[in-house]
Design a protein around this ligand. Structure first.
Ligand SMILES: CC(C)(COP(=O)(O)OP(=O)(O)OC[C@H]1O[C@@H](n2cnc3c(N)ncnc32)[C@H](O)[C@@H]1OP(=O)(O)O)[C@@H](O)C(=O)NCCC(=O)NCCS
Length: 358
């Protein structure tokens, strides 16, 4: 057997904002659809929302916090967890979509890059630590990880910090009931190249971009409130079409990644899937197993945080990973040798997945 460089996880960290936003926070919202105020009672809308998404609560950052700051908090924890000297990082890849958005500004600030801001906050001096951002919809963190894997396997980098952080609460339309899906958060993971004969770490990955027919499913757009004349743009989605797209396409991309790793679904012990709608994830898993001719999705395969964390976009998967590795998701524990699948879907429309052996 020959020795090759493999990309392994050596530390994780996350920052879960303290502000718990329950459904009740939307009781006084004015929701519009097709230009008209929704007739239904808000308590009924909120109840229906939880029923169709499994989201009960979400988290919003403090009013004075920016994405780069919560990203840095998660990164600091990951560095501590890895027990490494921060000056030994070769890359900081910060995955986000909206940059820093000060409260009530509806304005993106991405200069300098959030990765540069984190490097400054962490007080890393080494100029050989290259810091840049990745904008790739919700699958940004998975894509940043795939880039890290290329850098590491090329031998050019030894340690890479990949952060996913977002403050979606700053860019959602308060008059759109779909906005209740979104939340804020930050997760960070440090990858390290190890020379090994064993096949460990990232085994394979697959990414697809479906822009031509599906690029319009998640875009920026006007408020649902036709009377709003402030010119602001908000995060808008065609939820139903997005759901249909994800349920059909995501299982296929996951299977392609598993095929590339030379494995089958029975080899997979845990699936870290992007969390935008609990029911959607269940449907994705059902279809994935169908692709392997099975009608049964085993219990305790897919850790879920959606009920209390909502959809924090790029932060979702690294936060979930951090919580599982620290045994904070009931019923889930990872041991050496376990095979994991990481998969995400989002604006682009992008879908990606990688297979990892712990
Ligand atoms: C947005 C989403 C929650 C809507 O759910 P849905 O089941 O597709 O909604 P439908 O339009 O078919 O409507 C079903 C019912 O839910 C209601 N409904 C739709 N959206 C709702 C919302 N956001 N809140 C409350 N009720 C909602 C409808 O009024 C309808 O009610 P009725 O049965 O009483 O008439 C769902 O499509 C979804 O989660 N899509 C994926 C979104 C996603 O992945 N986004 C992020 C990607 S990174």
């Amino acid at each position: 057997m020959s020795t090759t460089i493999q990309t392994t996880i050596i530390g994780t960290g996350s920052y879960i904002p303290e502000n718990v936003i329950s459904g009740n926070e939307f009781l006084n919202s004015t929701f519009f659809e097709n230009g008209n105020i929704l007739e239904k009672d808000n308590s009924e809308i909120i109840h229906k929302f939880s029923e169709i998404t499994e989201i009960v609560e979400r988290r919003y950052a403090n009013s004075d916090q920016l994405s780069n700051q919560i990203g840095a908090l998660a990164a600091k924890k990951a560095i501590e967890n890895a027990g490494i000297d921060k000056e030994t990082l070769d890359y900081i890849i910060f995955c986000h979509n909206f940059g820093d958005i000060p409260l009530n500004s509806n304005r993106t600030d991405i200069l300098p890059s959030l990765a540069s801001k984190v490097k400054k906050l962490l007080a890393i001096e080494n100029p050989d630590c290259v810091a840049y951002d990745v904008i790739f919809g919700c699958p940004g963190w998975v894509q940043g990880t795939i880039q890290a894997d290329y850098f590491i396997r090329s031998g050019d980098a030894k340690r890479v910090l990949v952060i996913g952080a977002e403050t979606l609460s700053r860019i959602i339309d308060p008059h759109d009931r779909d906005s209740m899906i979104f939340s804020d958060g930050a997760g960070a993971v440090i990858f390290e190249g190890v020379s090994s004969e064993e096949k460990i770490g990232i085994l394979a990955h697959k990414t697809e971009t479906h822009s031509l027919n599906h690029g319009g499913l998640l875009t920026m757009g006007k408020s649902s409130n036709p009377n709003e004349a402030n010119g602001n743009s908000y995060l808008k989605m065609n939820g139903r079409k997005l759901y249909e797209f994800a349920v059909i396409q995501v299982p296929q991309v996951i299977k392609k990644a598993i095929d590339k790793a030379g494995l089958s679904i029975e080899d997979v012990n845990i699936v870290f899937v992007h969390q935008a709608n609990g029911k959607m994830d269940a449907a994705i898993m059902k279809r994935l197993f169908k692709l392997y001719g099975s009608d049964v999705v085993p219990a305790n395969l897919v850790p879920m945080t959606i009920s209390w964390l909502g959809n924090s976009s790029v932060a979702t998967i690294p936060t979930l990973l951090d919580l599982v590795l620290k045994e904070q998701v009931k019923g889930y524990k990872v041991k050496k040798g376990d095979v994991a699948v990481f998969a995400s879907v989002g604006a682009g429309m992008h879908i990606n997945a990688f297979v990892y052996r712990f």
